[in-house]
Write a protein that binds this ligand. Structure first.
Ligand SMILES: C[S@@+](CC[C@H](N)C(=O)[O-])C[C@H]1O[C@@H](n2cnc3c(N)ncnc32)[C@H](O)[C@@H]1O
Length: 221
């Protein structure tokens, strides 16, 4: 994936050279699926703002922190992330779908952070470049979740944090999508905890309400 160089990266989280392009079929599928939905994304979910704000507020970010929104989409989390880390912090948003980043720019969210066209499983960032990663609605779309979570662990310093968030709970999402919630669901606690543990993370809190889903993990040394 290439980096979107429209906006110069902030020094605290300067990207490393981009890895060689690698766009397997699954990426094409993600880009087609979300590309077709990007322009209407925010209008489709107009009431999610408070859930994003609450999740970020409880995530423990500090002024000056370097945070990535992985799979940022239209950048709905970016204003809250910027507010949490302040003007001296660094906010990056990475997404695989160009149309999502276009919609983020049209909404003015590039004023809150640097947008990167990048695969969250192959990030153009140096080891331990970040204090935290916030990922809303991403993990279920990763073709190899363990590898993707390992990559997020690579770019976060020891003791740093990961939030896996969704502005709707698992059961409500399954109902909205007309499917059954089965025990093999990736984000069920009994699946997510060992998956995170095998990927460099320790799950420290897990909340699956109707209104939102939030799992927070800490990067193991
Ligand atoms: C359900 S949407 C969520 C978007 C945004 N985080 C939100 O909550 O509004 C999932 C997003 O993840 C992106 N995505 C999926 N796989 C990705 C990957 N491997 N790397 C980066 N972004 C990815 C999609 O392009 C899409 O924008």
């Amino acid at each position: 994936m290439t980096e979107d160089r429209t906006h110069a990266p902030e020094p605290a989280a300067r990207p490393a050279p981009a890895p060689a392009p690698d766009t397997p079929h699954t990426h094409t599928h993600v880009q087609e699926f979300f590309g077709a939905r990007a322009a209407a994304w925010d209008a489709k979910f107009p009431d999610d703002g408070p859930a994003f704000a609450a999740a970020v507020a409880g995530f423990g970010l500090r002024p000056g922190d370097r945070v990535l929104d992985a799979g940022c989409g239209t950048g709905r989390a970016l204003p809250a992330l910027r507010a949490a880390v302040g003007p001296n912090g660094s906010v990056l948003g990475a997404d695989l779908t160009p149309q999502m980043l276009d919609a983020a720019r049209q909404a003015g969210r590039d004023a809150q952070g640097v947008l990167l066209l990048a695969d969250a499983a192959r990030l153009p960032l140096r080891d331990a470049a970040l204090d935290a990663v916030f990922a809303s609605g991403l993990v279920a779309h990763l073709p190899e979740p363990a590898a993707g979570l390992r990559e997020l662990a690579r770019v976060v310093r020891a003791g740093g944090r990961l939030a896996l968030f969704h502005p709707i709970g698992r059961a409500a999402l399954a109902a909205r999508q007309g499917r059954e919630l089965t025990p093999d669901d990736l984000r069920a606690e009994h699946n997510l905890r060992p998956l995170l543990a095998a990927s460099g993370w320790e799950l420290v809190s897990y909340e699956d309400l109707d209104s939102s889903f939030l799992a927070v993990a800490v990067r193991r040394p």
